[in-house]
Design a binder for this molecule. Structure first.
Ligand code: CUK
Ligand code: CUA
Length: 656
């Protein structure tokens, strides 16, 4: 494996690398017209730029010579930018922003082609939503390993889930259920991606209706939705998805069991106090009302059994979704609670599936739960009573193997291939490395600043890789050049194979706040170069019925509807003149008949808010009303050839 070399790239071997680099600097310059030779020796450069040996070591571990490719690909959520960010590791080069919940003009996403329907499917209560607050991406898994086929992301603000196909890095589907009004325990997949988990965050009446907030405990509820994923179709199968009603705590992060704990789902919660704010009505603020108890609850869900209960039809329809009520859950033994200290955030199942690590934001520990002990208590019905909703509570002390003293504000945990866990420590601004066997912190690395999630290479699968870890920091402060009061986020890449761990790169993220990311081996991804055959519909993943072949271009009028069957190829659109009358509806059907790698065209008509990206082989349909008479140039928006500027035409809208 190529990345193992970084493991031996400690400070001691840096001299060797420096010597090697210096000697490259001395290679006599080739008498070529385009010079690749460095201007100065490495020693000179170090002196000029004030670099330490550690800096040069970091540079050599992350620098990617032209044409070389990264070992890993990271998929980061784009936070409130509503897009997903694709990043190469270790170079930390941004490779793509994928439009998901937010229209994205480069990809033509949401500007008139089929993708408009994908976005429209994410409407809630009839209102179209053009942004999202993306938190947690989840790659599809086979036997608990990333398989590189699809990735899911959630929208916390609007309780939605999207499916992005990694064969072309395009958003194919957005689903939403109106039973919940926000989500946070999403997205998490079962080890063979049978289900995508989405659990709510802020309790509300299920279905989105009104209830007085004073009735919080009686009428407000949480829920976990289990979206069925249809592998063959590559889409979520809404008709075979179901939900479980949960108590009105604020459910937080989730994780699916694997191996030893496969078939179970774990969801943290805070605000078991069921505080609902009202500071101007004489109540304590939400944040203090929600922090009274020393313990909150982890939800333990027997998904296998819940699926059987759903299939047996023991559900209630709410907002079109089959919901297992709390009463049914309690009667069937589907849901259990166990205490977790204090204001828990992350719950992360260990690679062997035998344990769960939970960190409390207001606690200094990570708590390690034993699934075997939890299962034993459930089987023996050994409970410490029930919560106000009749859900059995397992005794905390009997459920855990132990606790690790981590530091101030532990949040999220990832794993490596050597039995270590890594926990982000928010208040301390460190990443703590600790031994799963001994429950002892062995090392901490300082990060800048206030780290949220961390992501290690395949670090939440059954076989983590070690190698790299990215600290996803919430504050950047003094790390970058000043750009006004709104600062970028700061991703910091850490070599976790080296001893001590070494921080090797700072990467500003200037478009939304990524929360979580996943990092997959690059060679597990095999996206296509072009769409074949030409005429491909990227939303249905089938040939589009309106696909146009060369020489079959035409304009057909059907009453007030004008259908334009158009092709694009370097460097023209055919037809290049479109004549319509004011009030006509124009249906553009454009096929990029190119099959050459990277031969992408764009298509726009000014002042009609129309834009498309036409990757080789792609077909798009665009419909708009020609409601203003005038002369409208259309042109190609990708600099595709020497005659790109000439790749243009006119839409002529005659007054009626
Ligand atoms: S997260 Cu969503 S609040 Cu720690 Cu997963 Cu950032
Ligand atoms: Cu086609 Cu520019």
């Amino acid at each position: 494996m190529r990345f193992t070399r970084i493991g031996v790239l400690g400070a001691s071997s840096i001299a060797v690398l420096l010597a090697a680099t210096v000697s490259i600097g001395c290679v006599p310059q080739q008498p070529a017209q385009v010079s690749q030779a460095p201007a100065s020796s490495t020693a000179d450069l170090m002196k000029q730029r004030g670099l330490t040996e550690a800096d040069v070591s970091a540079a050599l571990q992350t620098y990617m010579p032209t044409g070389k490719k990264d070992d890993y690909i990271t998929f980061a959520s784009g936070g409130h930018g509503g897009n997903m960010i694709v990043i190469g590791v270790p170079s930390m080069r941004v490779l793509k922003y994928v439009g998901v919940f937010t229209p994205e003009p480069w990809q033509g996403y949401g500007y008139g082609d089929q993708s408009g329907e994908v976005l429209a499917a994410g409407s809630r209560f009839g209102k179209e939503i053009t942004w999202g607050d993306m938190h947690h991406p989840a790659l599809t898994e086979t036997d608990g390993e990333y398989d590189g086929k699809f990735i899911f992301v959630n929208d916390k603000a609007n309780a939605r889930i999207a499916v992005v196909d990694l064969h072309d890095f395009v958003t194919k589907q957005i689903v939403t259920s109106e039973i919940i009004q926000s989500d946070h325990g999403a997205t998490f997949v079962t080890p063979n991606t049978e289900y995508v988990v989405e659990s709510s965050q802020y309790p509300a009446p299920l279905g989105g209706g009104y209830a007085p907030i004073e009735d919080f405990q009686e009428k407000y509820r949480g829920a976990a939705i289990f979206w069925k994923f249809d592998r063959d179709k590559g889409r979520i199968d809404e008709a075979n998805s179901f939900a479980m009603e949960l108590p009105p705590y604020m459910q937080d992060l989730a994780d699916s069991g694997k191996l030893a704990s496969e078939g179970w789902v774990f969801i943290n919660s805070f605000n078991t106090e069921m505080a609902w704010g009202g500071t101007m009505e004489g109540n304590p603020p939400m944040e203090s009302g929600a922090s009274q108890n020393d313990m909150d609850y982890m939800h333990i869900i027997n998904l296998k059994k819940a699926e059987a209960v759903y299939k047996a039809g023991k559900t209630t329809k709410i907002a079109g979704m089959d919901v297992i009520t709390l009463d049914t859950s309690n009667a069937e033994g589907l849901l259990y609670l166990v205490g977790e200290p204090k204001s828990p955030h992350g719950v992360d199942v260990t690679p062997d599936g035998k344990e769960l690590v939970v960190s409390g934001k207001l606690d200094t520990h990570a708590t390690v739960y034993s699934f075997e002990k939890i299962k034993g208590l459930i089987d023996a019905k050994k409970f410490d009573g029930k919560d106000p909703f009749g859900v059995p509570i397992l005794p905390f002390a009997d459920s855990i193997r132990g606790q690790v003293e981590i530091g101030l504000g532990p949040l999220h945990t990832q794993y490596d291939d050597k039995g270590n866990a890594y926990t982000s420590v928010f208040i301390e601004s460190t990443v703590a490395k600790w031994s799963l066997a001994d429950l002892k912190v062995t090392e901490k690395v300082k990060v800048h600043y206030n780290v949220g999630h961390i992501v290690a290479a395949e670090g939440d699968t059954v076989s983590p890789d070690g190698a790299y870890l990215i600290a996803m920091n919430k504050w950047a402060l003094d790390r970058f050049s000043k750009v006004g009061p709104l600062l970028p986020q700061n991703f910091q890449l850490i070599n976790i194979n080296s001893e001590p761990m070494q921080l090797i790169y700072d990467m500003p993220l200037p478009l939304g706040e990524p929360h979580y990311a996943q990092m997959i081996k690059a060679d597990k991804l095999s996206p296509v170069d072009v769409y074949k055959p030409a005429g491909y519909d990227v939303v249905t993943d089938e040939p589009n019925p309106n696909a146009v072949k060369a020489k079959e271009e035409r304009i057909e009028r059907d009453g007030k509807n004008v259908h334009v069957y158009m092709t694009s190829v370097r460097s023209h659109f055919t037809p290049d003149i479109i004549r319509v009358k004011k009030g006509d509806t124009v249906h553009l059907h454009i096929t990029n008949v190119e099959q050459a790698h990277d031969a992408t065209h764009g298509f726009t008509i000014g002042s009609y808010n129309v834009h498309s990206s036409l990757e080789p082989g792609k077909h798009v349909d665009i419909t708009f009303k020609a409601d203003r008479a005038g002369t409208f140039p259309f042109y190609c928006t990708e600099f595709c050839s020497a005659l790109h500027l000439e790749m243009a035409g006119y839409l002529l809208v005659e007054p009626s």
